[in-house]
Structures are given as structure tokens and as C-alpha cells.
Design a protein around this ligand. Structure first.
Ligand code: SAH
Ligand code: SF4
Ligand code: F3S
Length: 484
């Protein structure tokens, strides 16, 4: 078993905290114009890239996994931290050689960086032909056509209505088992450190029937897990149009579909379709949502509940609109209603403006209270235009930010291991997602609480549910054997 532990994928919190890149897959039509898309940032962006691909496929493009072969290179970008933007600028630099060799290739910047910088990006990065914000993707065929005629294309208009509800995403990077469904866009919170409200615009929820239809289609295509995505899923809210009233009344919903109702509607698609969701904002997660999670076995018992800081004073400066006590109350409710086994994860920011050593200790002590299964951990990166940039000084020296972050990471490592050790000698139902990345002889999947479990392949197949007895663990992975 020791050998296996060394061979399989161990997901450390630090790795997870890095911005990830996903690349479009190979096409099968040799004559079509080819697009290549790379995504940075959050799951919403990966989900948006699937919408972009769908829109451009309708316009005659096919995907390629090699940017060298592409007629159109798209980067779907993130602005959340300065490093995320630097990564994209570095990548654009690498594309200069392609453009030199093949001047007709078009390069487009999509997503949050496009929205934040708008046409300034065209001035700063000469090789860019297209700048398209997250609500303007329907305009891509037009803008690409314009760029093909030699005119640069920019659309960074933010909409109050756009949800792309009618667009069937082309599933990129898919394992054929798990898929994302965007249920809302934008964010109406104004966390003082955060650029998202500026890059994604006002919050709007998508028609629940289009969400259920997408989940139903995915299930019939063989998918067995969907993750409902939004910056703040617990504030999902959809008021019925008159013509849907009768349908909603039949479901016992009188006026407004809230997140608990939506969860229930999706859970009813099929008992073999697992439901996950992200992200829950501590101010909005209700006991009603927790009770709905308890009621359906196929709603996974895992909640991503970012705390950001354990200090009420820092939370106030962050404008998170809850304090330490409120957060602890929500964690207690999760434990009371869903039990100790429910996975809880978090995001944490070290070294926010004016953070004292004592306030940092409050974050560490809150971590001791919760013992998170997993966390994404960052040090504060000031973003231009945000409330914090206007109101506070980014005054914590980099080495202090880094030291505090390391203390948070070290503690989280211990807690992740502690939480995983609780699972030893227990049987978990795993949805198989595919081969373990480091051992052909093993498969991997996740349990309800989102823990990665690796076990010998035997005769099992991707997409099946299997009960696994956990025998060993690391902080990132559980290892076991299937039981009949
Ligand atoms: N909507 C989610 C967060 C999305 S951004 C929520 O409210 O929880 C993902 C994470 O990036 C945040 O939770 C935060 O921890 C981190 N983050 C956002 N802005 C940041 C900044 N300026 N510096 C460092 N980390 C930041
Ligand atoms: Fe940013 Fe706050 Fe909105 Fe999350 S809830 S996206 S942290 S403003
Ligand atoms: Fe980044 Fe935009 Fe997501 S800033 S985290 S890609 S919403």
C-alpha cells in the first residue's frame, strides 16, 4: 500500500490554490476553421468556455488541442489576483511567435481580464485582436468576422439578463461522468477585496426549467454528477413568469424558486445523478437548504463555505456582512443537520489590509474550531478599483503575508489529514471518474463529501458507483478496496 500512496495523485492545498488551465480537446472535422481555447480562474470560467465553444461551433469552428494549428486562439481569463493576470500576459507573450509565423491567426482575450481592462488591453497587448467580456459571447461570431476583415473587435457590455440559458455547452475536458451547470451569473455582494462584481456584473438567476432540462440531458448522455455553479448559489432566486405559474404550483412552489427548491428539482431528475454546488456564501446558506440536502441521498454532503478570515473586525473591513459568530452558527447548523461526515471546505485570505497578528490568530483558531476538509488559501492581492483599494492601505509586508499564509497552510495540512483519518475502516460510495492519474491499475472517484478515493481497478468502470472500504490515507487522498 505504501507504494500506491507514493504513486497516486496527492492533491495538496497549495496545488489546488494555483490558477489552473484547461485546454480544448481535439476536433474531428479536418476542413473546419479551428479554434483553441484555454481557461484560467474559477469553474464559472471553465463553464463559460463550453458556452463560447458552442457559440463558435454553430459559426463553423471546430476545436483543436494545439494552438499551433488554430485559426483562432482564445484565452478565457481571470482577474482575481494580480498573479492570475500576469500568467495571462506571459501566455500572450508566448503567442507572439505564432503570430509572426502565421499573421492571419486571430487572438482573443475573453472573460474577467477583458472586462476589467476593456480596450486598454488592445493598446497594451498589440497581438490581441478581440476583447470580449463574459456577457458578450453571443457577439463572438460577429466580432471574429470583423477581426478577419482587419478591424479589432471589442464588446465588454455587461447585461442584467444574459444567462445563456438556451445554449447547450460543448463539454470540454470532460471525463463523461461529471459536468458543470451554471445556474446564475454575476455577483451583487461587494466584498471589499474582490474584483468579481466589476468583471461579472449584476447577479441574475437562470430559468430553473432550463437547468433541469440540462441536467436531464446530461443524465441521458451518461453523466452521473452535476455541479451547480454560481458565485453565491444560496442567493439563487427566480420569479416565475405568468405562464409558468401553473407548473410551479404543481410542484408546491408558490411564488419564487429559491436555491433549496432548485436543489430539490434537480435532485428529482434521477436518484443516480449526484448533485454538487458551489459556492455557498455564509450569509445566505439557510437551514432549508441543509434540510433539502439531508432529504436527498443524491445531493452530496459537501459544502464549500469560504470564511476568508476568522476575525470579525477583518470580516467587517472585507464587507463580508457576517461575523465570526454567525459563521460558527452556520457550521454548527451543518453539523447538527447533516452530521460530522459532511465535508466542509473554505477559502482564506492572509494579510488583508491592517490585519494584526491577533486577527491572524483568530483565523487559525477558527480553523481549529471547524477542522476543514480542504481549503484554498491565498495572501491578499490588491485589485484596482475595489472598495479595499479605495478605502484601505495594503500595508502588510509581503514576507508577513507569506508567513501568515504558510501558518494557515500548515494547519490546514494537519486538519485535512485528521479529517481523512476519521474515514479509515469505513465504507464509502464512490462515483468512478476514471483511471488514477499515476497508476493504470487503479481507478479514482469521489465520495459524497468530495474526498478523492483510489482503489484497485478490477472489473469496475468509469461512471459506476462502487462501495470502497478505506484502508489508508494521506491528507489529500483515501485509499481502499472495493467491497461487494
Ligand atoms: N464567490 C466566492 C469567491 C470567488 S473568488 C465567495 O464569495 O466565496 C475565490 C476566492 O479568491 C475568494 O473566496 C477569496 O478567498 C479569493 N480572493 C478573491 N479576491 C482576492 C484578492 N484580492 N486577493 C486574494 N485572494 C482573493
Ligand atoms: Fe467576490 Fe464576495 Fe461576490 Fe464572492 S461574494 S464573488 S468574494 S464579491
Ligand atoms: Fe477569476 Fe473571474 Fe472567476 S476573476 S475567479 S474568472 S469570476
Amino acid at each position: 500500500m505504501d507504494q500506491i500512496i507514493n504513486d497516486i495523485d496527492i492533491i495538496s492545498p497549495e496545488e489546488a490554490a494555483c490558477e489552473t488551465v484547461k485546454i480544448s480537446k481535439e476536433s474531428n472535422n479536418p476542413t473546419a476553421r479551428k479554434m483553441y481555447i484555454e481557461s484560467y480562474g474559477c469553474q464559472m470560467n471553465f463553464s463559460d468556455s463550453e458556452i463560447v465553444t458552442s457559440i463558435l461551433k454553430k459559426d463553423g469552428f471546430d476545436t483543436t488541442s494545439s494552438y499551433e494549428d488554430a485559426d483562432l486562439i482564445l484565452l478565457n481569463t481571470c482577474s482575481i489576483r494580480e498573479k492570475a493576470e500576469q500568467t495571462v500576459r506571459h501566455r500572450l507573450g508566448q503567442f507572439q511567435t505564432v503570430k509572426k509565423r502565421k499573421p492571419e491567426v486571430l487572438i482573443g482575450v475573453l472573460g474577467c481580464m477583458a472586462e476589467r481592462l476593456k480596450s486598454k488591453l488592445l493598446e497594451e497587448e498589440k497581438i490581441v485582436d478581440l476583447v470580449v467580456g463574459p456577457d458578450a459571447y453571443r457577439d463572438l461570431p460577429l466580432l471574429v468576422g470583423q477581426a478577419e476583415e482587419g478591424e479589432k473587435g471589442v464588446n465588454t457590455f455587461l447585461s442584467r439578463e444574459e444567462t445563456y440559458a438556451d445554449i447547450s455547452p460543448v463539454r470540454l475536458n470532460s471525463n463523461g461522468v461529471t459536468a458543470f451547470i451554471s445556474i446564475m451569473r454575476g455577483c451583487d455582494n461587494m466584498c471589499s477585496f474582490c474584483v468579481v462584481p466589476f468583471t461579472r456584473g449584476r447577479e441574475r438567476s437562470r430559468d430553473p426549467y432550463s437547468i433541469v432540462a440540462e441536467a436531464t440531458q446530461l443524465f441521458s448522455d451518461g453523466y452521473r454528477e452535476v455541479t451547480l455553479l454560481g458565485q453565491n448559489v444560496d442567493s439563487y432566486k427566480w420569479s416565475h413568469l405568468e405562464n409558468n405559474k401553473a407548473r410551479l404550483e404543481k410542484e408546491g412552489i408558490e411564488d419564487v424558486v429559491n436555491f433549496a427548491h432548485l436543489l430539490e428539482m434537480v435532485a428529482r431528475v434521477h436518484s443516480d445523478l449526484r448533485i454538487r454546488f458551489s459556492t455557498s456564501h455564509p450569509k445566505d446558506i439557510t437551514d432549508e437548504v441543509l434540510h433539502t440536502m439531508k432529504k436527498y441521498d443524491n445531493i452530496c454532503k459537501y459544502i464549500h463555505l469560504p470564511v476568508q478570515s476568522g476575525s470579525s473586525a477583518v470580516l467587517d473591513r472585507m464587507n463580508r456582512t457576517y461575523d465570526r459568530e454567525w459563521y460558527i452558527n452556520r457550521v454548527d447548523a451543518i453539523r447538527r443537520i447533516l452530521g460530522e461526515d459532511c465535508g466542509i471546505s473554505s477559502d482564506m485570505i492572509a494579510g488583508f489590509c491592517n490585519e494584526t497578528e491577533e486577527e491572524h490568530q483568530d483565523t487559525l483558531s477558527l480553523m481549529d474550531y471547524v477542522t476543514y476538509d480542504f481549503a484554498y488559501m491565498f495572501y491578499y492581492s490588491e485589485r484596482p478599483g475595489t472598495l479595499a483599494a479605495k478605502k484601505y492601505v495594503d500595508d502588510i509586508p509581503l514576507e508577513v503575508k507569506k508567513r501568515r499564509l504558510q501558518e494557515i497552510i500548515d494547519k490546514q495540512r494537519l486538519h485535512a489529514l485528521e479529517r481523512n483519518q476519521r474515514e479509515l475502516n469505513k465504507v464509502h460510495t464512490v462515483l468512478i471518474e476514471g483511471a488514477s492519474k499515476k497508476s493504470e491499475l487503479h481507478l479514482q472517484g469521489r465520495n459524497s463529501a468530495n474526498k478523492v478515493i483510489v482503489f484497485p481497478k478490477e472489473h469496475f468502470k468509469k461512471g459506476q458507483y462502487v462501495d470502497v472500504l478505506v484502508k489508508e490515507c494521506t491528507g489529500g487522498t483515501l485509499l481502499g478496496e472495493a467491497v461487494k
